[in-house]
Design a protein around this ligand. Structure first.
Ligand SMILES: Cc1cc2nc3c(=O)[nH]c(=O)nc-3n(C[C@H](O)[C@H](O)[C@H](O)COP(=O)(O)OP(=O)(O)OC[C@H]3O[C@@H](n4cnc5c(N)ncnc54)[C@H](O)[C@@H]3O)c2cc1C
Length: 472
C-alpha cells in the first residue's frame, strides 16, 4: 500500500485530525525520554476507541506494516520508538483515557489504556481508594505502557509490580481481533491465564486497550523518614529490622547515594536536604496503615533510636508534616530528571536478592571505576526488591570527549551485567528490554526460555510486525 493510500485509510478510521505524518508533528513520538534513541515512521495514529485500534491493526495486517504501540513515551529502554525504514505505524494511545468503571466493593477499576497513572490515582482517591503504583513519571506514563513494561516503582516492595495490580486486560491482537478479559474475578480457573503474557510484553504481542486494576484502601496514618546509614553493609539488617517491626506497614524503602542526592539538589528547584549532614548513603522510608489512630511516627522514632544505638544509623529526620514528607519524596522522584540535565547516564536497571545488594553495588563499582577511574557512580535502589539503578554518570563535556561512546557504553554494561550475573541477578529488573537490551537478552538469557519466547511471539504475530526490534 502506498503512503498516500495508507494515510487516507488511517484517516478514514480515526478522523483526519488524528493521523500525523509530517516530520515536525511526528518528532515527539520518535524520540525517547532520555533523548538517546530516535527513529522514523510512516505515520502516528491516535485512535479513540478499542474498535478504532482493531481497525488500525487489521489495516496494518492487510498492508503488511509494522506497528509500534506507544503510551506516554517515558520508557527507559527505547521500546516505544520505531527503528528501521520508516514503514511503521506508531499507535499512540493518549486519546483513550477514560475511567470506564469503578467498583469499590470489588476493589476494581476498569480503565482505558491511555489513562495516565496520575489520572487513575485521582479517580481512585475520589472513592477513598488507591492504586498503589508510584513512580517519577506518573503524570505522563499510561496504564497501557505500565502494563506492557510491568512497571515497578517505590510501592512494589509492598504491593508488587504492575502484574500484581492487574486483574484483567483487553488487548487488540496483531490481526485486529479483540481479546477481552475484563471480568476482573478474584477466582477464575478456566485454563491458561493469558493476561500475564501481555503484561511485560512491551507491545510485541498486541496493543493493550484496557485494564482492570486492583484498588486498595487509603492509608490514614503514615510516617516518612530520611535516614543516614552508617554504610552499605547496614542495608540488609535495616531491611530485616523494618520488616520485623512494621511488616505490611512498610510501604517503601529507597536507598540513595550521596552523589545522587547532590545532583538532585543542584538541578531541581524546591529541593532541600532534610539533614545537616551529607551522608554517603541515605535511606528513605515510608510507613502506612489504614488505622488513623496508629502512632507510626512514634513507633518509627523509637525504632530509629535503637538503630542509633546499634550503630546502623548515624543521622535521621522524621517528617513532621505532609509538606516535609512530600519534600523527601520529591527528591527521590526527581533523580532521572536531574541526571538528564547534568550529563550522560549509563543506567543499569539490575536486581539481586536483597541480601546480596550491598555486595553487588561494591563489586560493580569496583569493576567500573577500575576501567573508568573518573566515572561518577550514582545509586538509586528499591532495596526491598533488590533492584538497583546503577548509574555510571559523566558530565556532557566529559561524554563529548569520549572517542568511541558506543564502545564505552557496551564495555560498562558488560562490566556491570557480568558482576550482577555472577551474583545470580537480572540485568533488567523493571524497565524491560526494549531496543536497548535486546542483544543482552539474546546473549544472556537461558536458551530454552528464549526459544519459548520466540515461539509465543510467532504464535501471536507470525509475520513479526508487532514492535519489531524490541525485546526479541
Ligand atoms: C522520571 C522517570 C521515572 C521512572 N521511574 C520508574 C520506576 O520507578 N519504575 C519503573 O518501572 N519505571 C520507571 N520509569 C520508566 C517508565 O515510566 C515506565 O517504563 C512506564 O511503564 C512507561 O509507560 P509509558 O506509558 O510511558 O510507556 P511507553 O514509554 O510509551 O512504552 C513502553 C513500552 O510499552 C509499550 N506500550 C506502551 N503502551 C502500550 C499499549 N497500550 N499496548 C501495548 N504496548 C504498549 C511500548 O511499545 C514500549 O515497548 C520512569 C521513567 C521516568 C521518565
Amino acid at each position: 500500500m502506498q503512503q498516500e493510500d495508507l494515510i487516507a485509510a488511517l484517516r478514514a478510521i480515526t478522523g483526519p485530525g488524528h493521523v500525523l505524518h509530517d516530520p515536525a508533528s511526528m518528532a515527539p513520538f520518535l524520540q525517547d525520554w532520555r533523548g538517546y534513541g530516535s527513529g522514523s515512521a510512516a505515520a502516528v495514529v491516535l485512535p479513540a476507541s478499542t474498535a478504532q485500534v482493531a481497525e488500525v491493526m487489521a489495516l496494518a495486517a492487510r498492508a503488511g506494516r509494522p506497528v509500534v504501540p506507544q503510551g506516554g513515551n517515558t520508557g527507559l529502554s527505547q521500546g516505544a520508538q520505531p527503528s528501521g525504514d520508516g514503514s511503521a505505524i506508531v499507535v499512540a494511545m493518549r486519546r483513550m483515557a477514560a475511567i470506564r468503571e469503578i467498583d469499590k466493593p470489588s476493589g476494581v477499576m476498569l480503565v482505558d489504556a491511555g489513562a495516565t497513572l496520575s489520572a487513575v490515582h485521582a479517580a481512585a482517591l475520589e472513592v477513598g481508594r488507591r492504586v498503589p503504583l508510584n513512580l517519577g513519571s506518573e503524570g505522563t506514563a499510561q496504564i497501557g505502557g505500565l502494563v506492557s513494561t510491568n512497571a515497578g516503582g517505590t510501592s512494589a516492595l509492598r504491593y508488587g509490580p504492575m502484574r500484581e495490580l492487574v486483574c484483567g486486560i483487553e488487548v487488540v491482537l496483531p490481526d485486529g481481533r479483540i481479546f477481552s478479559d475484563l471480568q476482573a474475578l478474584r477466582k477464575n480457573n478456566t485454563g491458561y491465564d493469558l493476561k500475564n503474557l501481555f503484561i511485560g510484553a512491551e507491545g510485541t504481542l498486541g496493543i493493550v486497550t484496557g485494564a482492570a486494576l486492583r484498588m486498595h484502601p487509603v492509608l490514614h496514618a503514615s510516617a516518612h523518614a530520611w535516614i543516614a546509614l552508617s554504610g552499605l553493609e547496614a542495608v540488609a539488617p535495616i531491611l530485616s529490622g523494618l520488616q520485623d517491626a512494621f511488616d505490611t506497614g512498610l510501604q517503601a524503602a529507597e536507598l540513595l547515594s550521596g552523589t545522587q542526592v547532590d545532583l538532585v539538589l543542584q538541578h531541581i528547584p524546591r529541593t532541600r536536604h532534610p539533614l545537616d549532614s551529607r551522608p554517603e548513603w541515605s535511606l528513605l522510608v515510608e510507613l502506612g496503615q489504614t488505622d488513623p489512630g496508629a502512632d507510626l511516627r512514634g513507633r518509627l522514632e523509637d525504632w530509629l533510636a535503637e538503630r542509633f544505638e546499634d550503630g546502623l544509623v548515624i543521622d535521621g529526620a522524621i517528617a513532621q508534616s505532609d509538606a516535609q514528607a512530600a519534600g523527601i519524596w520529591h527528591i527521590r522522584h526527581s533523580v532521572s530528571e536531574a541526571n538528564k540535565i547534568h550529563g550522560h547516564s549509563l543506567s543499569h536497571d539490575v536486581a539481586v536478592r536483597p541480601s546480596r545488594l550491598a555486595g553487588m553495588i561494591a563489586r560493580c563499582r569496583g569493576a567500573v571505576q577500575g576501567a573508568y577511574p573518573g566515572a561518577k557512580i550514582l545509586i538509586v535502589s528499591h532495596i526491598g526488591d533488590g533492584n538497583v539503578h546503577f548509574i555510571v554518570h559523566f558530565t556532557h563535556d566529559e561524554w563529548a570527549r569520549f572517542p568511541d561512546p558506543d564502545a564505552a557504553t557496551r564495555q560498562v554494561m558488560k562490566l556491570v551485567h557480568d558482576e550482577v550475573g555472577a551474583l545470580g541477578g537480572t540485568f533488567s529488573a523493571e524497565h524491560g528490554i526494549g531496543r536497548k537490551l535486546r542483544q543482552e537478552l539474546a546473549q544472556r538469557a537461558d536458551p530454552v526460555r528464549l526459544q519459548m519466547m520466540h515461539d509465543i511471539r510467532g504464535l501471536f504475530d507470525p509475520e513479526g510486525r508487532m514492535n519489531p526490534g524490541a525485546v526479541l
